[in-house]
Design a protein around this ligand. Structure first.
Ligand code: ADE
Length: 232
């Protein structure tokens, strides 16, 4: 069983449409659909935006379905100028850019108890996603830090701050929360994001224009990864 989590329906509905032998399970307000996806046992969920929605969804998914790994896929704002709309970002690790106990002497983003700033993603899964994304013609693929927070980033100042602190290639609202839940349960995870906007003053215009296309991009990469791995 593999687990796929998107924040919004548009981020998983193309994959959900390919799910066979589907079964629905509700846990609290989250709906999980499981079945066969390109030859793999899979469970999919829309977690809703933000870190708490994402962590709750990942935790429930892990406890109920015990997935081998969990992938958070969807769209993101660009974290730096070399990463453009339509590009793909695959996380090596994710940070919670709005976690801040620095007045108490901790580094920005540091999460006490876990004792980490960067939540690691599974290197092997990231490499497999990178290979799958690299095969999509014309797609530019980046690998690095994804920064997560409970804010839609829409100014050059906010984006620069996050980049200066964490070297983020993409900014979004769920990835590090999924990675956090996965780490606490010993479940490998990955984050795959396609860029819908530049997280600057134009992002309120760019996001609605490109969200559907960007969401389709990341689902296409997952589809090709699963198809290829089922054939092996
Ligand atoms: N997801 C897509 N674009 C985003 C942005 N600019 N900020 C946060 N999450 C996003």
């Amino acid at each position: 069983m593999i687990g796929l989590i998107g924040a919004m329906s548009v981020e998983i509905e193309a994959l959900e449409g390919r799910l066979e032998e589907r079964e629905e399970t509700r846990i609290g307000m989250h709906r999980f659909v499981s079945g066969r996806l390109f030859g793999h046992e899979a469970v999919l969920a829309v977690c809703g935006p933000g870190k708490v929605n994402a962590a709750l969804c990942a935790q429930a998914m892990i406890l109920r379905f015990q997935p081998e790994w969990v992938l958070n896929l969807g769209v993101a704002g660009s974290g730096e100028s070399g990463v453009g709309i339509g590009d793909m970002v695959i996380a090596d690790a994710a940070v919670q850019h709005d976690m801040d106990t620095s007045p108490l002497g901790d580094p920005p983003g540091y999460v006490s108890m876990v004792g980490l700033t960067e939540f690691p993603c599974d290197a092997d899964l990231a490499a497999r996603l990178l290979r799958a994304a690299g095969k999509v013609e014309g797609m530019r693929v980046h690998r690095g830090i994804v920064a997560t927070g409970d804010q839609f980033i829409h100014s050059a100042e906010q984006r620069t701050r996050i980049h200066d602190l964490f070297r983020a290639k993409a900014v979004e609202m769920e990835g590090a929360a999924v990675a956090h839940a996965c780490l606490m349960n010993g479940t490998p995870c990955a984050i795959l994001r396609s860029i819908s906007d530049n997280a600057d003053g134009g992002s309120d215009m760019d996001y609605p224009a490109f969200v559907t296309l960007a969401a389709a991009h990341s689902q296409r990469v997952v589809g090709s990864l699963l198809t290829e791995e089922a054939a092996q």
